[in-house]
Ligand binder design. Sequence first.
Ligand code: ATP
Length: 324
Amino acid sequence: MSLRIAISEGDGIGQEVIPEAKKILEYFLPDADFFEVELGLGKWEKTGCACSSEDIRDLKESDAILFGAVTTPPDPDYKSVLLQIRHELDLYANLRPIKSYGVDMMIVRENTEGLYSGIEEIGEERSTTLRVVTKAGSKRIAEKACSLVLERNPGRPLVIGYKGNVLKSDLLFRDTCMEVAGSYGIKTKSVFIDALCLDVLQHPKNYDVIVTTNMFGDILSDVCGYLTGGLGMLPSANIGENHAFFEPVHGSAPDIACRGIANPVAAIRSAGMMLEYFGMRSEGNILEEAIQSVIRSGVCTPDLGGSASTNGFGSRVFEVISKR
Ligand code: ATP
């Protein structure tokens, strides 16, 4: 049976970068069945619902999902689409590779609990958000991180980003990660997340796989965007036992939307992560080499100092791949 791939462009620049990534998936997966799922603020404004139970059903029926970005308004009645999807599809592992000029690290972010648990009480005088760390949740993300250490560089330590001196819930996270790593024979190094945010920038080559909790992973990967030329470069994969969801790290960037200048590299690299997820590692490498050769040739979007449009850059990458 052919692969079923859900495409959801979402809002803002999601609608500009995803078509470039989709073209490349269609090229490498000519027999796949692609179908659209509309999600996000635009849909909420039209229908009063940003992600319905039918949408979740459609996403669950796919073999993989390519997603752009959605705008989340600061409206207490608006439920975050991403949180909803991560919970419903139980996409517990968020993998964020950081690659550039000799730097090659992987941030493994727990994706379903921590400070993004979604358990909140909003009041006039006091609002709270519950930070949830469970043994089971920590164990499965630690196992994912350890399997990546073994696949990438078994000799390198697994770095655990945490803040256990202030947040006691993080001691459960750290200790569980250490226990799991010990059972795999992997060394660990525990680093306070604030110090880690500085040290990854000062000594990025010292890092290989970093595992951390939900919000810390979100912040750390944006920090690492600095190493790669900005948010427009960073892809991610959200993986669960039964579902896989690929998206650029950046959001919908309303400030630059509708101008055709968004950098599509993060979206195209997310498509590359999908190819690797399907076992197509050599196609993933071909795609990455094509992206790098186009950038080296001086063709890039304004965020990287160039003047190419989103479509102009995407078309160059497509041309390099298809003329091979
Ligand atoms: P979110 O809360 O969903 O992360 P945000 O608006 O806080 O969204 P982003 O949308 O990720 O943050 O973008 C932050 C800024 O980075 C944007 O305003 C934009 O200027 C820049 N940016 C993000 N993605 C890209 C891209 N693909 N190409 C060029 N610039 C980008």
